[in-house]
Design a protein. Structure first.
Length: 188
């Protein structure tokens, strides 16, 4: 059956399951993060990046139980996208889903990473902690990227938590995460 919504044709498949078909991926609960436009979302799941980087094709992708924007209970597969992560030799293919009701794109991302960042949260925190504690950047970090993190953390701490937060930037880092903010992003 073909339906027309918001200027797009959609093919609706009947719910038929053959016995030769492997079991569908389990629906899992996700933590959603939306960008400012509301047209794309990021769902954070437990993903094994090293296994995905090795090209594991037998990976069963977690499927969000519903759209994080409109609450629709079905999402469609929307392909794989190449994503670069620090510490991996090549880009990793991550799964995307699309909500047929509102058109929102839901992109899977591993837990422990901020949206739009290649480095893990623990690596970012450790790098900033080392710089603040010793006055030097760690030897294995990209200093230009780390300077951006520290400058953004200063701006966020001052804008959100006030001037007294500048005396304890690592505490401000943790408080900003607890508030649901990315403390090292350029946007405030």
């Amino acid at each position: 059956m073909v339906s027309w919504e918001r200027g797009h044709f959609y093919l609706e498949k009947p719910e038929a399951v053959s016995e030769a078909t492997p079991t569908a991926p389990q629906k899992a609960e996700a933590v959603f993060a939306s960008d400012q436009t509301g047209e794309a979302m990021i769902a954070f799941f437990d993903l094994d990046l090293k296994r995905l980087a090795q090209g594991a094709s037998d990976c069963t992708w977690p499927r969000p139980s519903c759209c994080g924007r409109c609450g629709h209970d079905k999402v469609w597969g929307h392909g794989l996208v190449l994503t670069i992560f620090e510490g991996l030799a090549k880009a990793v293919r991550l799964r995307r889903y699309r909500c047929p009701a509102c058109g929102c794109i839901i992109r899977l991302r591993p837990k422990g990473y901020f949206s739009r960042h290649q480095s893990a949260v623990a690596v970012i925190r450790a790098t900033v902690t080392t710089r603040l504690g010793t006055g030097h950047w760690p030897k294995d970090c990209a200093t230009s990227r780390a300077r951006h993190w520290l400058r953004a953390l200063n701006r966020h701490a001052q804008a959100v938590l006030g001037v007294p937060a500048l005396t304890d930037l690592i505490g401000a880092f943790d408080r900003l995460i607890a508030l649901g903010r990315v403390p090292v992003s350029r946007a405030i």
